[in-house]
Every structure is written in structure tokens, then in C-alpha cells.
Design a protein around this ligand. Sequence first.
Ligand code: PEP
Length: 257
Amino acid sequence: MNRDLRKTVIAGNWKMNMLASDVETFASGLTSLISGFKSWCDVVICTPFVNLPAAAEAFKGSDVGVGAQNMSQFESGAYTGEVSTAQLSDVGTEYVIIGHSERRQYFGETDKSVNEKLVACLKSPLVPIVCVGETLSERETGITFDLVAMQVKAALFSVSASDMRRTIIAYEPVWAIGTGKTATPEDAQEVCKAIRKVIEGLYDKATADAVTIQYGGSMNDKNAKELLAQPDIDGGLIGGASLKPDSFAVIVNAANQ
Ligand code: PEP
């Protein structure tokens, strides 16, 4: 982290877990455990679409932001089953995850649709969290850096420098998501640093220095402190460990360093 240059952002991704009726208990539990967090990081909880209104209500006045896990690249119209940026903002959503590996893996999302969604998102007030990362076989083949660089460049196609500054990148090695396997802090740092270099190449050093780059992949209450101590890791995107207020609060508090 480098709080002088950029924001630290700790975001939970509930995936397809939790009911709307669970949100209030979670919110009161979490907020009681993370007092003062605003002085060291931003905290976000990304819930299923149907839980967003309950989450916005439960976190009102707490400084914890609410995020969605996906969005449509289209503005409105005949797109059955999709949700637009305007509809997300309308129910109090402030952030949105774009291109999570589970969306790429199971729902056919591509670098092209990720770029279209990012461009659409940046026309709205929502803050995008764009996910990139290699699979195990890609890592073993030795193409991690090239692959992640390509995903970053494809996602950012036609994005201006000022929009880049409000875009969060989440480096999430696919082999570490939901598996209990975490990248070592050194490996995660190396890729996050390389992503910053790619952004510098596309824009300039000041822009690259201002971008928040999160690590995601089995980050938990035990390993968060060491991961967040790395200079280019500016927060986390957390799945499993964001489902319990206690473990998520430990991660938020671990960012206070
Ligand atoms: C994620 O959902 O983006 C994630 C990193 O999940 P987990 O923390 O469970 O690996």
C-alpha cells in the first residue's frame, strides 16, 4: 500500500451467498468492529443484485460502500435478465465488479465484454473494480505477466487517463480464488507491480501511481497483513472471508499499517 499516492480499498464479494434478511445483522456486526476505518481505507461489500437495496439501507451512514458483482454494458432496453448502471445507482450502489473470473469462466465474459462494461460503467457514477488474473495452467506455462498485461490493456481500451484514476484493478490469480491457495505476498506484489507498469505505459507514471490495485484469491484474516504490506497491493477483493463480520473486520483492520 502507499496511502500517500492512492486509496486502499477492501472489498467483499459475497458471490451468490446471503439473503436480504442476513444483511442487517452482518452490517451491524461489521461496523461495530471497524471503527475509524475511513482514516486508512475504503470498505465495500458487493452483494447479489437482489440484496443491494437492503445493503444500501443497512450500511446507510456507516461509510461502508455497497457494490454489485456485475452490470450490463447496455443502457436500457430488451436485454432480459440484465441490470443497467442506472438501475444499480438508483438503489444506492456505488461500486461494481467487472470481469470476475467466475463470470469469464461460467458466463462467457470476454476481454471485449469486460471493456464494453468498463466503458459503460465509466459513463455512470459507479466505481469499477476490474478483475484480471491467470489460470494455473497459464501460470505453469510461464505466461502470467503477458496474459495479465493483455487483459489489462484490453479492459482499458479507449479509457481516458482521468477515468483510469477512478478505476480499481483487482489482480486475482484464478487458481487462488476459493481454493484456500494464496499467492505468496512476493508473487502477488510482482504481478501488481507489473500491472502498474502496464498502466504507466498506457498513460503516465502519475496516473499509474494513483491507481488502486487490489489482490484477490483466498485473502483471509491470517494472510491479509502481509499481503497488504506490499507496496503495490492497495487492498483486497475478498470472497469467502467476507461472509463473516469477524474475519472481514480483521482484514479491514489489517489495512491499518
Ligand atoms: C473473489 O471472490 O474474488 C475471491 C477472491 O474469492 P476468495 O477470497 O474466496 O478466494
